[in-house]
Ligand binder design. Structure first.
Ligand code: DX5
Ligand code: ZN
Length: 218
């Protein structure tokens, strides 16, 4: 299985965003996690299309776009054009989930589907074959720097089991509260794409990326 660390730029210094991205790239990250928050699905507002298009010009990192918005379906085409490589939408925000997931594929992006901590993995039973990645939120979405919710590891395990039973090579991403103390537990449960915001951008970015990658890959 391929393991990737996906640094979340929500925790970066926005006045110095380009430099921050160069730092994670130099340290060996291949993915970049970009959180889109609309102030409605989640309480805060983060960033939008202009930020993605401008950083797209600067880096070839794989853009892992996580949409936390009330109407993610309406935003997909614009994010695809701005340079997203993978777009993840929340089950909780998609009444016509199948249609939304197919739209992401049609626009040329990899397809991700996310569930909040309180949402059961069973809602994903029918769509596992049409997605590339499942994102198991390990905090309630909305802010960086929150504490990891331990029961979510069990959901990672359940999705990994479901994928194995069906012979699917599915990526499983975890997002929220992942740091050097919590990463091992989610990797053991079957996650292979690890988002980290504050654990990457607080302190020495180069050392943080290397330490987290080291734990994932051993
Ligand atoms: C939370 C966001 C996360 C956030 C993670 O709603 O989806 O991607 O940036 O931040 P940390 O790693 O600090 O919990
Ligand atoms: Zn996220």
């Amino acid at each position: 299985m391929e393991y990737q660390l996906s640094p979340s730029i929500l925790a970066a210094d926005f006045s110095n965003l380009g430099e921050e991205i160069t730092k994670v790239e130099r340290a060996g990250a291949r993915w970049l996690h970009i959180d889109i928050m609309d102030g409605q699905f989640v309480p805060s507002i983060s960033m939008g299309i202009p930020v993605i298009s401008s950083i797209r010009k600067r880096t070839d990192l794989f853009f892992d776009v996580h949409i936390m918005a009330l109407d993610p379906t309406a935003l997909i085409e614009d994010f695809a054009k701005a340079g997203a490589d993978l777009i993840t939408v929340h089950v909780e925000a998609c009444p016509n989930l199948d249609r939304t997931l197919r739209l992401i594929r049609e626009k040329g992006c990899k397809v991700g589907v996310a569930i909040n901590p309180a949402t059961s993995v069973h809602v994903l039973e029918n769509v596992l074959e049409i997605v590339d990645m499942v994102l198991i939120m390990t905090v309630n979405p909305g802010f960086g720097g929150q504490a990891y919710i331990p029961y979510c590891a069990n959901k990672v395990r359940q999705i990994r089991e479901m994928a194995k039973e069906r012979n699917l090579t599915l990526d499983i991403e975890v997002d929220g509260g992942i740091n050097k103390n919590t990463i091992q537990e989610v990797v053991d449960a079957g996650a292979n794409i690890i988002v980290a915001g504050s654990a990457v951008f607080q302190g020495d970015v180069d050392a943080n990326v290397k330490e987290l990658k080291g734990i994932m890959e051993r």
